[in-house]
Design a protein around this ligand. Structure first.
Ligand code: MLT
Length: 248
């Protein structure tokens, strides 16, 4: 692989670029960017939110920033979006880090739950979404022993507009099956997952690891779904190890 210089961080739902605060300066020698997806952090919303439209918007943002090719790191919804990038512009991807994500579509029950969450976001607001999500996205270790992470996650969720949250839920619930993308991936790939992740569990990561030729799987102990926030040292080490290897 030619020397990559740019690392693009793609955030989870319903976080903006703030979730990458620490990672922005964790990889010396790399230009690290964390563009917000539509509606997040004041970035314009899309009339018809879909994951592939998020991917298109991300590519357009990179065009405007003068970034042609990069290593991409996506966590959860960020990973769903990267599958869209691979569908639309695989030639722009020099390396891939898929963290706490999955290729499968929502089950009917999950879609029903998303519809309820859309109503909740619109009627009660982002704090109700934080209440609903925190027990799921943060691992048991974080919920019992890292109160500062719980508070930070709540603040980040509550900072996003209700309509952006509703749009994100709509985009995720209509996302396509991305399994067919996996065996077309030819760039170096690392898959990261927290061993306490119940949203996109270790079994999802193992599925992607089996399907992507030559990929590396890193399982992070004592971490739930938000590995970069819950166990940042281990997360950054895993990313750094991949970047160092790919740059040789
Ligand atoms: C995320 O972390 O981006 C979302 O919670 C993923 C999902 O709900 O499918």
């Amino acid at each position: 692989m030619s020397t990559p210089a740019v690392l693009v961080l793609v955030h989870a739902f319903p976080f903006g670029a703030a979730m990458w605060r620490r990672q922005l300066t964790a990889f010396p020698g790399w230009r690290v960017v964390a563009p917000p997806l539509p509606g997040f952090d004041g970035h314009p919303r899309l009339p018809q939110p879909t994951i592939d439209a998020y991917a298109r918007d991300l590519l357009e943002t990179l065009d405007r920033t003068g970034i042609d090719r990069a290593v991409f790191l996506g966590l959860s919804m960020g990973g769903y979006t990267l599958f869209g990038v691979l569908r639309q512009a695989a030639e722009r991807v020099q390396g891939l880090i898929l963290a706490d994500t999955r290729t499968s579509v929502d089950s009917p029950d999950r879609r029903t739950a998303r519809e309820r969450s859309i109503q909740l976001a619109r009627t009660v607001g982002p704090s109700a979404i934080a209440d609903e999500m925190i027990p799921n996205i943060l691992g048991t270790t974080t919920r019992s022993s890292r109160p500062e992470v719980v508070a930070d996650v709540r603040a980040m969720i509550e900072s996003q507009p209700a309509e952006t949250i509703a749009a994100g839920l709509e985009a995720m619930m209509t996302r396509p099956d991305s399994a067919p993308v996996l065996d077309r991936i030819t760039v170096p790939t690392t898959i990261i997952v927290g061993d306490e992740d119940t949203v996109t569990p270790v079994s999802d990561a193992e599925f992607m690891h089996r399907a992507v030729r030559g990929s590396t799987l890193v399982t992070i102990p004592s971490s739930g779904h938000m590995t970069n926030l819950e166990t940042p040292d281990a997360f950054d080490d895993a990313v750094r190890a991949s970047l160092a290897q790919w740059r040789r």
